[in-house]
Design a protein around this ligand. Structure first.
Ligand SMILES: [Zn+2]
Length: 68
């Protein structure tokens, strides 16, 4: 049974769900009960930085753009 990782767009909490079928049911964040989750493809991405914020900096070309 495949396990998929989801990340809450609201609080950033990452959790795993078992999915029995390809037609994924709606998940909610177990932390903030938010329903905006995005699936993380964790096939070969176990690399994690020590920083807590997993927000990518790709959207900022100069590195000085303010987040939030
Ligand atoms: Zn959440």
């Amino acid at each position: 049974m495949p396990i998929f990782e989801y990340k809450c767009k609201k609080c950033g909490h990452v959790m795993e769900f078992l999915e029995k079928s390809a037609n994924a049911s709606k998940h909610i964040c177990e932390k903030c009960k938010g329903s905006s989750l995005e699936r993380i493809l964790s096939t070969f991405s176990t690399k994690q930085d020590s920083g807590s914020a997993s927000q990518g900096n790709d959207s900022c070309p100069t590195g000085t753009c303010p987040f939030s």
